[in-house]
Design a protein around this ligand. Structure first.
Ligand code: ZN
Length: 230
């Protein structure tokens, strides 16, 4: 199998993202740069828990022609390709519907980033306008807000995309974006609770549940070590 290391990396990343709850069943997709010309991308509509490296597609970045792999590539290949083409230093791009940041995408607001997270996310998380999933229209809307400073993007009414110079950086950006979104939403809920005493109790319950629901797994947790055979 050609490009085995990158295709194995795509599988491992999908498993880690599934364990974190950022990928669910076939939702979410990612692209890893192989070299200047080629990328490895998740296949379309494939269960990530049973996917093998042979299932991972290798595409030519320039025109997304399939070079390796027997399955159809992700419908969001052009979304990732626009990021990798615009940012030659980026080696990994991940799109998820992760729960809290996607709620911010539904609210349709770009997020300012506190100093502690600027190294990972950049100074601002831009918002790309709405377009249907998998459309070149969506890829074009994202391309309009992609910049060398931003490693995290919200896509209106849809989800998020994070990228990085390697997969660790992209995974860290996903985690940092989720945490930023959690803090931002929690502050908004607290403000709303102060303004609406008649709903205060219910709003504070929502806030407590939001703050309690923090994933504990590290970004690239190793697979569990098998216990020794008896
Ligand atoms: Zn999506």
């Amino acid at each position: 199998m050609k490009h085995a290391a990158e295709r194995r990396q795509v599988v491992d990343l999908c498993l880690a993202l599934s364990r974190k709850g950022y990928f669910a069943a076939t939702g979410g997709n990612l692209m890893v740069r192989i070299d200047d010309a080629l990328v490895a991308v998740t296949p379309s509509a494939t269960d990530y828990l049973t996917m093998t490296p042979e299932d991972v597609c290798v595409l030519r970045l320039r025109d997304l022609a399939r070079v390796e792999g027997h399955l159809r590539p992700s419908v969001e290949s052009s979304l990732h390709a626009r990021v990798l083409a615009a940012r030659p230093e980026v080696r990994c791009s991940i799109h998820t519907h992760q729960p809290v940041a996607s709620a911010c995408a539904l609210l349709g607001l770009a997020l300012d980033v506190p100093p502690a997270l600027i190294g990972s996310l950049g100074p601002r998380v831009p918002l790309a306008g709405y377009a249907p999933s998998g459309s070149r229209w969506l890829a074009g809307k994202l391309a309009r807000v992609v910049s060398a400073q931003a490693n995290a993007y919200l896509m209106r009414n849809h989800g998020v995309l994070c990228c990085g110079v390697d997969s660790d950086a992209a995974m860290r950006a996903l985690d940092d974006l989720e945490q930023l979104a959690r803090t931002w939403l929690s502050t908004r809920i607290a403000g709303e609770a102060d303004r609406r005493p008649e709903r205060r109790e219910a709003l504070l319950r929502v806030q407590a549940s939001l703050l309690a629901n923090v994933p504990h797994e590290s970004a690239v947790a190793p697979a569990p070590t098998p216990s020794p055979s008896p």
